[in-house]
Design a protein around this ligand. Sequence first.
Ligand code: GDP
Ligand code: MG
Length: 435
Amino acid sequence: MFENLSDRLQNVMHKIKGYGRITEENISDMMREIRLSLLEADVNYKVVKEFTNKVKEKALGANVNSKLSPGEEFVKIVKDELTELLGGDSVPLETTKNPTITMLVGLQGSGKTTTIGKLANFLRKNHKKKPLLVACDIYRPAAIDQLKTIGKELNIKVYSEGKKDPVEITKNAINYAKENDFDYILIDTAGRLQIDDKLMEELQNIENAINPHETLLVIDAMMGQDAINVINGFNDKLKLTGVILTKLDGDTRGGVALSVRHLTNIPIKFIGVSEKMDGLSEFHPDRMASRIIGMGDVLSLVEKVSSEIDEKDAEDLVKKMTKGSFDLEDFLKQIKQIKKLGPLENIIKLLPGAKKMGLNNVKVDPKKMSHIEAIVLSMTPYERKHPEILKASRKQRIAKGSGTTVTEVNQLLKQFEEMKKMMKMMYNGNFKLPF
Ligand SMILES: Nc1nc2c(ncn2[C@@H]2O[C@H](COP(=O)(O)OP(=O)(O)O)[C@@H](O)[C@H]2O)c(=O)[nH]1
Ligand SMILES: [Mg+2]
């Protein structure tokens, strides 16, 4: 998502860093670039115009006594304005009520049923909730089965009464949840290909009957600008509390994300980034802005790492890294931990400057990771602590033991040395962000 926009904006940021002063003249080229890149990302033209006007105004009035260079000041202005555009402060999902009732609405195929599963998974993992999924898309038997399959996969209870009045089903489901200690109710509703009165009436009836704490509109980001009309259409009839933008993994432009808040005033609460049950991220405007302009998303990275990795282990590792006492034994531990985080390319993308370093499109071959692990495992503990003793015969033994080649062993040792050097540089403060 946002690939092209991010590329182009990072180029602009890079150029402007070279300017000693920001003047009306040199800024107009930059603003043109920014305007075009936003339009190409399918951001609404009105939004683009207001955005560029604001950035320009702020840049020309920027504080000359600031500690930042004029270029850095400009980058900061763009980042702040992008954050605003994406919605400013993040608006968290309601989780405090017992039970909390959340209803998902949206057009057919937008991703409601899938997102219900993802949300339940998220709530259980991050908020220790016991969710109940409620099947209210009663018109297609396949829709109920789909939800049941998802429930089975996640081992989360699905409440269903087949083809009955959705209002009755939801009321019964809430009673059932209360009696059985479920503390988060997620309601899957019917969708249509277009907004129509009958659908809206049904959704309104449910809303009036149960007064949900959240009514979230699920919307397919690949719809582009049309999404805004759909959001407004639903919001006219229902009390939407947020939007979930799905399939942002398929839409490299991502313009909708940049227009929704400004044009509808409804916050984006989550984004869908894959078909899988863990493919849902909380939406944080500031972090997203930071990612778009290439400053990385270190906060999300830290969160991801701390939810998957033992904190004590991570702390030890960082200590060793910074002291330069990091050895192959630690490297092995690290590989094991990294494997827990899922595909490495998703992690790399969150690093500051990943793009500039050419790392954003790296494909990490899981087979290669296993090879590395096997090589280190074939070393004796002493060898892992003192890789400098590894000469030809030892290397041959290791290659044989791990089912790899001496070349691969050499490659690994070289990579390890480079990694150590980089860690030292970071520690000594010589590591500069690449833009
Ligand atoms: N790539 C991708 N596919 C998604 C995402 N969310 C949903 N889908 C897919 O979109 C299709 C429709 O989803 P579904 O949940 O059945 O939509 P519903 O009709 O609104 O309930 C399914 O094939 C999902 O796997 C997403 O964030 N990324
Ligand atoms: Mg569905």
